[in-house]
Ligand binder design. Structure first.
Ligand SMILES: Nc1ncnc2c1ncn2[C@@H]1O[C@H](COP(=O)(O)OP(=O)(O)OP(=O)(O)O)[C@@H](O)[C@H]1O
Length: 251
């Protein structure tokens, strides 16, 4: 994908199976994501999107093959590689009883920022994400949309080169969705590679340049979104998704 550009992610012949699961989640999976792109990973419930995100970020380790992030192998407790990426997980990753400021101070320090960097970045992110008025209130009292924005702020506190986002807008209203997607476009314009997964396919069409669809651990189509839609003769990701994955429940 995006031939000629260096790779943010390079997965080669990757196999993975959860220890308590008889069936392998992935076998001989190959995937490339070029630096600076906006990449979306889609698939039905249980297709393996979160598992693949966790493999790409080193939370899980492949049983076979390898995964490189910006040229460095993940999943080896490699502290250097950990500084290069941010992860906005599907489940909230912050401390509910702490305020946004306290959470950002904690995660900023954990990411290796000094006090001045933490203060500057916290002020910047609270402003961009509309959280200044509630900066000192406990996050547990926040709406779902505000919690999603705190989750995002934590993922980008250290200005990562690659940002992984696992369903970053689930459960938010139209305003928050537009604000989050707008901010992700801005991040990408400043050079951040986005690796995103969602069930919101309209939103994905707005955000993603390159896509891959997976089903039962296999990539069933991938490429530039316009090329993929053209190849399969569909006008929307939703039509393509239903056409390729069928209409049966998967969970
Ligand atoms: N910790 C685990 N142990 C064993 N099996 C797991 C574990 N986590 C996920 N799985 C299985 O791996 C498969 C892929 O799950 P995963 O959560 O990655 O899918 P997903 O595409 O992210 O689904 P969703 O869209 O519902 O979030 C499923 O069959 C799931 O049951």
């Amino acid at each position: 994908m995006a031939l000629g550009r260096p790779l943010a992610i390079n997965i080669e012949h990757m196999g993975f199976r959860y220890p308590d699961n008889e069936k392998a989640s992935f076998a001989n999976l190959n995937l490339e994501v070029a630096e600076g792109t906006r990449f979306g990973l889609f698939g039905p419930n249980g297709a393996g999107k979160t598992t693949l995100m966790n493999l790409m970020t080193g939370v899980l380790c492949p049983n076979e093959g390898n995964i490189k992030l910006l040229g460095q192998e993940t999943g080896k407790q490699n502290k250097e590689v950990n500084k290069l990426f941010g992860f906005v997980p599907q489940d909230f990753s912050f401390y509910q009883e702490l305020s946004p400021t306290q959470n950002l101070e904690f995660f900023g320090a954990w990411a290796g920022l000094n006090q001045q960097q933490i203060t500057d970045r916290t002020n910047e992110l609270l402003h961009i994400l509309g959280l200044e008025d509630v900066r000192n209130k406990p996050v547990e009292k926040f709406s779902g949309g505000m919690k999603r924005r705190v989750n995002l702020a934590i993922g980008v506190i250290h200005n990562p080169q690659v940002l992984f986002l696992d369903e970053p807008t689930v459960g938010v209203d139209v305003h928050t969705r537009a604000a989050i997607i707008g901010y992700l476009h801005e991040l990408n314009k400043s050079g951040t590679t986005l690796i995103y997964t969602s069930h919101q396919l309209n939103e994905a069409e707005d955000l993603c340049e390159y896509i891959a669809m997976i089903d039962e651990g296999n990539i069933i189509t991938q490429g530039h979104i316009n090329e993929v839609l053209k190849t399969h003769d569909h006008h929307s990701l939703e039509d393509l998704f239903i056409n390729l994955t069928g209409k049966a429940y998967r969970d």
